[in-house]
Write a protein that binds this ligand. Structure first.
Ligand code: 4AD
Ligand code: MG
Length: 476
């Protein structure tokens, strides 16, 4: 018989029909009740087996073992589920050695420990919920842009451009490390390298997306990006995924509207389609919060927080206003910030979090940053000091989006590149967009794992990507 997914059986609540189900044993009680999970949803299906089942077979039904069951769906006598399976046939597909099975622990395994067994952590409730949500968010992202007529552009992962300056890059080469070909001055001769030049893993698909936006008007990228910064924080990965829409004819306000609609859309999608996963994670968060001192606890539950975000306007302030708020804040006056607050200095995460968590208590879009702390491609404002940049800051996380209106005026762009020592010779392909039918345009980048963190309520970014890459760690 064809396999039926557990989610389908539990959702329909229909009874009195035969099914085949397959999955992994979560628990086995009283030699009679199996809790079976196949990953289709967070809930397990209860299988009731005949008490006279062969003793040898019974011994093989251990946590982690994979089994196939034929049976009848019946109304459940027990609490906790509406339907269960009365097994007529049980086959062991794969044994699981209980003594060695890492998830067999009596105490709940820690998230840190589970990271070391990433091949098995998918099987826990927490990570099942997290990765089903990650999938839904990815799907919702494509759906959002598709509905609006955006074209999905695959920008290169290996890039010959290192101009974005978004972070330190990983070099891609097949030259021999011990004895690379050298130029006369002793430097490595990349003309001999695979691509005939020096290449790296991309830090962003934006510059290439801009080229496509100059033809399709509305495009987006969704791909892996790589940054070799040595930031060992709960919000940084060396390999992460980024969504970068780029829209011709948009100004900064349009860009903010798009970003806000986009974030609300994908969160709403998760609320509508992953309710039981979110409920599980909300409960998990409540338990985690209990461990914290009273003053560090968040006031809102996870689902409440997500509903709040989709129904309320994001606050919009300029960088200058943000600095003013920080300078007036009790935290500043009581010298609670570690880093300096003054106009012209980049905000640190403690400042961003003060603004969203203490002051506004909602997502905040900060615009018009000083030009010296932002990228060369951001459009210079009339004041000559600030650029049309925008960062979106989220409670509990800080920056989730960075973007801007782009400098579409050739001379201004060349001037900024010179000031910031960006080699114009290598960037002619980019400057050409400003030579051949330039238009005002804008875009932004959403860090995918940051939004997954926000939606799942997890605290460490390593726990929302299946195989995290961080300094000194590239296991699996
Ligand atoms: O602010 P960033 O550096 O902006 C760009 O790369 C622009 N090219 C985007 C654009 O305008 N098209 O990065 C964008 C977002 C950040 O706001 C953050 O959410 C995420 O990417 N991000 C990271 N996420 C995880 N680990 C890291 N090391 C990250 N660095 C940035
Ligand atoms: Mg940024």
């Amino acid at each position: 018989m064809a396999r039926t997914k557990i989610k389908e059986i539990l959702l329909s609540e229909r009874t009195d029909y035969s099914v085949t189900v397959k999955g992994w044993v979560r628990t086995f009680r009283n030699n009679q009740f199996i809790a079976l999970n196949d990953g289709s949803c967070i809930d397990n299906l209860q299988i009731v087996i005949d008490l006279n089942t062969d003793e040898h077979l019974i011994k093989k039904i251990t946590s982690g073992a994979s089994i196939s069951i034929d049976g009848i769906v019946v109304a459940s006598q027990g609490k906790g589920q509406k339907v269960e399976i009365k097994a007529t046939q049980l086959e062991i597909l794969g044994l699981c050695n209980g003594e060695e099975y890492p998830l067999q622990l009596k105490n709940r395994p820690s998230l840190e420990y589970l990271r070391e067994i990433a091949h098995l952590r998918f099987r826990t409730n927490t990570f099942g919920a997290v990765f089903r949500l990650r999938h839904s968010l990815a799907f919702a992202i494509h759906e959002f842009f598709n509905k609006r007529g955006f074209v999905y552009i695959h920008t290169p992962i290996i890039t010959g451009s290192d101009a974005e300056g978004a972070g330190e890059m990983f070099r891609v080469t097949n030259l021999p490390f011990d004895n690379p070909p050298r130029n006369e001055d002793g430097s490595v001769n990349f003309a001999e390298d695979f691509f005939g030049k020096s290449t790296n893993l991309t830090v962003s698909g934006q510059l290439e997306a801009e080229l496509a936006a100059m033809a399709f008007s509305e495009v987006y990228t969704f791909g892996p990006t790589f940054r070799a910064e040595n930031s060992n924080t709960t919000r940084h990965l060396a390999e992460f995924w980024m969504i970068e829409p780029e829209v011709a004819f948009n100004n900064l306000k349009d860009n903010m509207d798009l970003a806000e609609d986009f974030i609300k859309y994908i969160i709403q999608y998760a609320l509508d389609n992953n309710r039981s996963d979110l409920e599980f994670l909300a409960q998990r968060l409540i338990e985690e919060e209990k461990q914290k001192p009273q003053n560090e606890r968040t006031e809102m539950g996870l689902i409440e927080k997500l509903e709040f975000v989709v129904t309320n306007q994001f606050e919009r302030i300029t960088y200058t206003e943000a600095i003013e708020i920080l300078l007036q804040s009790p935290a500043y006056k009581k010298k609670k910030f570690d880093y300096e607050v003054k106009w012209g200095v980049d905000m640190q995460s403690e400042h961003e979090r003060y603004l969203v968590e203490k002051h506004f208590k909602k997502p905040v879009i900060v615009t018009d940053y000083p030009k010296d702390i932002k990228s060369f491609y951001m459009r210079l404002n009339e004041d000559g000091k600030t650029v049309a940049a925008m960062d979106i800051l989220a409670p509990g996380i800080g920056e989730i989006v960075g973007g801007s209106q782009r400098e579409e005026r050739l001379e201004n762009l060349q001037q900024r590149m010179q000031e910031m020592h960006i080699p114009a010779e290598e960037m002619q392909w980019y400057l050409d967009t400003r030579r051949f039918g330039t238009v005002p345009h804008a875009g932004f980048g959403l860090g995918f794992e940051r939004i997954v963190l926000f939606v799942t309520g997890m605290t460490n970014i390593r726990d929302v990507i299946p195989f995290p890459r961080t300094p000194k760690n590239a296991e699996f």
